[in-house]
Design a protein around this ligand. Structure first.
Ligand code: RIB
Length: 296
């Protein structure tokens, strides 16, 4: 079976539930505070593993935070490519408001120590038929994409968090781009799914594009198909990690079935479960839970 190498961040999430996001000059008390495992990379690796994919996580954690690596191991992620660093792990400060929306500040820490040598070591046992998944929360993303493509892997890129320099990344080497509305708008200047794809397909004709739209579901576009999948309406507790859950389940099911419509359906169900719980990695459902959901 095809393997996935996920080159991604590993964070400690400090999650504060608040009545409203703190405003400039304001001091507020939170209703609750909890510490969770997180990071877009770690979340997506766990989602892939929960969905049944063979996933290797490559990344860095602080030597004092090996519990993050153990958690990934326990969830079925192969962590032999997770290295320890003498500096601190990455972390995130996350406010979650009464509507379940979040506001996140990240601190890169060890995630910003991805060297060319580490990229080379990590890719050594991957090749044609395997997938590289990467987000924009580690250093050296352009080189990760270039090296993986040169070695024959299919490249899946989630430009989150979106930064101006993404526009200069080698996006022509990306096989599947997964974006939310904000990321899509920053890349194309468009907000409507068909228009977003029209711009991207002009620039990168071979690229497949997945656009996630929260409660409006998700779209898949490539040269042959335009697919939409609605999402089930649920009571949102915390939307953190929903996009990561979607990506992990989408890619796992795409590898499993080679059918993007089936993968979209599976991924939207998983994301709908994720938002009903607090925390990122902690909210990612099991495959059994997703399969028990009715179709949306
Ligand atoms: O996508 C959610 C993640 O973004 C959180 O887990 C946090 O660590 C930030 O990376």
């Amino acid at each position: 079976m095809n393997k996935v190498l996920n080159f991604g961040s590993v964070n400690i999430d400090h999650v504060y539930t608040v009545g409203h996001f703190v405003q400039p000059g304001e001091t507020i008390s939170c209703q609750s505070y909890r510490r969770f495992a997180g990071g877009k990379g770690l979340n997506q690796s766990i989602a892939l593993a929960q969905a049944g994919a063979i996933v290797y996580h490559a990344g860095k954690v602080g030597a004092d935070d090996l519990w993050l690596k153990t958690l990934m191991d326990d969830k079925g992620v192969d962590t032999r490519l997770v290295e320890t660093s003498n500096g601190p792990s990455g972390h995130a400060i996350i406010q979650v408001n009464a509507a379940g929306e979040n506001a996140i500040v990240i601190v890169g820490g060890a995630n910003q120590l991805i060297s060319a040598a580490f990229i080379g070591r990590s890719l050594a046992n991957f090749g044609i038929g395997d997938f590289l998944l990467v987000q924009n929360e580690v250093s050296n993303v352009p080189q990760i994409i270039q090296s993986a493509h040169a070695q024959g892997l299919d490249v899946v890129f989630n430009p989150a968090p979106m930064t101006a320099d993404v526009l200069a990344y080698p996006l022509e080497l990306v096989d599947i781009l997964v974006v939310n509305e904000t990321e899509a708008h920053a890349l194309t200047g468009e907000s409507e799914p068909q228009k977003i794809y029209a711009v991207l397909s002009q620039r990168y004709p071979a690229m497949a594009v997945v656009i996630t739209l929260g409660h409006k579901g998700a779209y898949f576009f490539d040269a042959h198909s335009q697919l939409h999948q609605p999402i089930q309406a649920v009571q949102v507790v915390d939307s953190t990690g929903a996009g990561d859950t979607f990506i992990g389940f989408f890619l796992a099911e795409l590898i499993n079935t080679n059918d993007p419509q089936v993968a979209l359906a599976y991924a939207t169900k998983a994301a709908a479960i994720c938002v009903t719980r607090l925390g990122a990695a902690a909210s990612i459902p099991s495959r059994t839970e997703v399969e028990a959901q009715p179709p949306s």
